[in-house]
Design a protein around this ligand. Structure first.
Ligand SMILES: *Cc1c(COP(=O)(O)O)cnc(C)c1O
Length: 400
């Protein structure tokens, strides 16, 4: 047999991490890495955070799962806190980003149907988006590479280029139910969607009776220096998905909705066995304890400015390798001229973990608790890797 027991759906580096502390990870050979990948923008409190670990351990010993047939006080509390920290009136918990978006899509359709407009079921989505790997969310993503070989594409998703309102308005039909957008496209290449475009989408939604839905799976839970990225823009969605950082590394997703979007979701309309279990919601509450504490987001913004300055200096010093730095808060991307895979590997040689994104971008997404010294250290390693890449590039050119 040539197949690995672990299904080969990922190109994995042959590195295995055994333990972590803060922004640092140690392999099973005791090699130390600086983690600016955060398990793909997920470990918001870093590794081994005492408050989070303690809360999980304590709850696990009491009760992990009871099902949604019973009251779950941890879930009620987390929902109330998320409502308090956002535009939302009501929250549905699930276990991942794809699942949150899947439920979000159902809710948008159900809302229109309940309004007496069942013909409105289509969502306008954007080129470069990423919404997950379920059948509906790959259709919402629209990337042909993710759709190939998986049968008929789930109906109801229309794609347009972001940042052109006329294109969006032209794509609205009598069957359009809503618009779905990431305020910063993550997997697509850390593309920040300008506030005025989001404002335009809000206007179009209000004008045409559409739902404005935001995918904040990656940008939510403080990643950009506010609880949610849309809070920078003055634009409020009607419904939003969040996952990744909200559980601090423990699987947790959520759909946040206004009352009108949530009202049609009566018993029997949607469900989950694991979603909103005591353990996951305890993790979520512990994450909120930290990120909603006084001054936390100010620190995220301060570290972001510091990290961005450092990255920009390196980018300026190696114009043959990189073109620019983009992103918001601690969701930063370096747009590469050479292949981002090459850059990522050079960073790995410097024991700095990053994550590649689309559009030939290397993503720097440290835990939100990162310090200024650790940001400087990452920039130093980025500079060293860049020197080596530039030298190799130079030697290759002089040979050919
Ligand atoms: C990661 C991601 C998803 C999918 O989340 P999973 O937990 O992997 O299902 C959806 N949308 C965005 C914006 C993401 O970054």
């Amino acid at each position: 047999m040539t197949i690995t027991a672990l299904m080969p759906t990922f190109n994995r580096s042959p590195i295995a991490f055994e333990r972590g502390e803060g922004v640092w990870l140690w392999t099973n050979n005791n090699e130390k890495y600086l983690d600016f990948g955060s398990g793909i923008a997920t470990n918001s409190l870093g590794h081994g955070n005492k408050h989070l670990v303690g809360a999980i351990a304590e709850q696990a010993a009491k009760v992990m799962h009871v099902s949604n047939l019973y009251s779950v006080p941890q879930a009620s509390r987390l929902a109330e806190r998320l409502v308090g920290a956002s535009f939302a009136d009501s929250v549905f918990f699930c276990n991942s980003g794809a699942e949150a978006n899947e439920g979000l899509i159902k809710m948008v359709r159900r809302f229109q149907s309940d309004q007496g407009r069942p013909e409105r079921y289509r969502m306008i989505c954007f080129n470069g988006a990423f919404h997950g790997r379920s059948l509906a969310t790959i259709a919402a993503t629209g990337n042909p590479a993710y759709l190939k070989g998986f049968g008929p594409v789930v109906e109801g998703f229309d794609h347009v280029e972001p940042n052109d309102l006329a294109l969006v308005e032209a794509a609205i039909t009598p069957e359009t139910a809503g618009i779905l957008i990431e305020p910063v496209q993550g997997e697509g290449g850390i593309r920040v969607i300008p506030a005025d475009f989001l404002q335009g989408l809000r206007y179009l939604c209000d004008k045409h009776g559409l739902v404005l839905a935001m995918d904040e799976v990656q940008t939510g839970a403080g990643r950009t220096g506010k609880m949610f990225a849309h809070q920078w823009t003055g634009v409020t969605p009607d419904i939003l998905s969040v996952a990744k950082g909200i559980g601090g590394g423990f699987p947790l997703g959520a759909i946040l909705a206004t009352e009108s979007l949530a009202k049609p979701m009566v018993p029997g309309t949607h469900g989950t066995t694991y979603g909103g279990n005591p353990l996951a919601c305890t993790a979520g509450n512990a994450v909120l304890d930290v990120i909603l504490s006084d001054g936390f987001f100010d620190a995220v913004v301060a570290q972001s400015v510091h990290l961005r300055d450092g990255l920009e200096q390196v980018v300026r010093d190696f114009p043959q390798l990189y073109s620019d730095v983009r992103g918001k808060g601690l969701l930063l991307g370096v747009k590469c001229i050479v292949s981002n895979a090459l850059v990522r590997n050079a960073l790995l040689d410097q024991r700095l973990l990053t994550v590649n994104a689309g559009d030939n971008v290397v993503r720097f997404v440290p835990p939100l608790i990162v310090s200024a010294e650790e940001c400087s250290e990452a920039v130093e390693r980025f500079r060293k890797a860049s020197k080596q890449l530039a030298q190799a590039d130079c030697e290759r050119k002089s040979v050919s």
